[in-house]
Design a binder for this molecule. Structure first.
Ligand code: CA
Length: 390
């Protein structure tokens, strides 16, 4: 059979001498039977076209991951459908008919959890078949559960086994369609064992998605599963329980025209060990701004206690600020605005006072008392469940 092929080739070839062809055949057969087959394929193409550039070759190799062959995975040359094959049970692939020139061999595997491994290798096909040996895929990157604490999320993943590791790239997004384009790059690690990141300053009520990518010097080697978590906080206002005099350091105290002062009153708590006591005309403004989402409704809740006369049209007032700009205001009224309140008021719940902001920017709160004596306790700010109407 081989002899017939050889004779056929010799007969049809217009330019090469018979002796030279025979020499090639015999040396090739001595190496391996596979080489003979490859040679025959190359010869056939050459014979039909008559051009050396149109000769076709085989590209062979094997896909290995974690020391074991990867079976049934697609391997391609230049992503071409007619140069795509599946690896056999030993992880081997054999792509025939590849033309001379520069090519890229690519392989990619994906898992149900969204993780994937891939590798691309540049090859130069000249005048012979290309045997690549083992192409090693890295293990899929495994991202552990995202753990949120207050406004922070801890991210951790397993170190890669890729010998050509260059860096990890961690991305974050507020929706599940996260990749290198749609996500925001928040961390790059070039140390193989640096596989944790603490994401901080996140917004309460918001859900965040994370994915880490694995890179070598040439490009991407894989991506991890996607993990997510929602930022839950008990209260966006630090010290809103007013149980400790120290929380006043977080507020600017405004003495007001009467020169009164704002204190923590341990004798009159609504809950816990104290409340905020505000004589008439005094005010407080939160010093540290609170980061919130835009176009999302927030609920402000508090408990209110009043003693003595109302000295304005309202018993008190709360303003929401972005910088110096007031973005929402709420009167604190236990009886209708402008009317005379004849009785003291023991603790009543006020709220939810609902607001949203349309511009990005952290907020602060300002509270003013118009009552002879006003107490505020359990001041809480939390995202509303449903987004605000646009
Ligand atoms: Ca309290």
């Amino acid at each position: 059979m081989k002899s017939e092929t050889r004779m056929s080739w010799t007969r049809r070839h217009p330019t090469l001498g018979r002796r030279r062809i025979l020499g090639s055949v015999w040396s090739c057969r001595l190496v391996a039977t596979a080489c003979w087959t490859a040679w025959a394929v190359g010869c056939g193409t050459n014979a039909s076209s008559g051009s050396p550039d149109a000769r076709a070759y085989r590209v062979t190799g094997a896909i290995v991951r974690g020391g074991a062959p990867v079976t049934g995975v697609a391997v391609n040359v230049d992503g071409a459908a007619n140069w795509t094959v599946l690896t056999d049970v030993q992880g081997r692939f054999d792509i025939a008919g590849v033309s001379a020139g520069a090519h890229t061999v690519g392989v990619s595997t994906s898992n149900d959890d969204g993780s994937f491994s891939e590798r691309r290798s540049s090859i130069q096909v000249t005048t012979a078949d290309v045997t690549l040996g083992d192409l090693v895929l890295p293990r899929p990157l495994a991202l552990g559960p995202a753990v949120s604490t207050a406004d922070q999320v801890q991210i951790a993943w397993e170190a890669t086994d890729a010998v050509d590791f260059r860096e990890y790239k961690l991305y974050r997004r507020d929706s599940p369609g996260i990749d290198e384009v749609a996500g925001e790059l928040i961390f790059v690690s070039t140390a193989r064992d640096q596989t944790t990141f603490l994401d901080t300053g996140l917004l309460a009520g918001k859900k965040y998605y994370y994915r880490v990518y694995l890179m070598n010097d040439l490009g991407r080697l894989g991506g991890s599963n996607i993990v997510s978590t929602t930022i839950d906080v008990a209260n966006l206002i630090p010290g809103g329980a007013f149980d400790d005099a120290a929380v006043l350091s977080g507020w600017t105290i405004e003495p007001g025209l009467q020169g009164g002062t704002v204190t923590i009153d341990p004798a009159a708590p609504h809950g816990g060990a104290g409340s905020l006591h505000m004589p008439n005309g005094t005010g407080v403004k939160l010093i540290q701004p609170i980061a919130i989402q835009t176009d999302v409704a927030y609920d402000l809740d508090l408990a209110l206690k009043l003693k003595g006369a109302r000295n304005n049209i309202d018993d008190g007032w709360i303003g929401v600020y972005q910088g110096d700009k007031i973005v929402a205001t709420f009167p604190l009224d236990v009886v209708p605005a402008g009317s005379v309140r004849t009785e003291d008021v023991d603790w009543v719940a006020v709220g939810p006072l609902v607001f949203s902001v349309t511009a990005e920017g952290a907020i602060t709160l300002r509270i003013i008392s118009y009552t002879d004596e006003m107490w505020v306790d359990d001041l809480t700010l939390l995202p509303h469940q449903a987004p605000a109407a646009p």
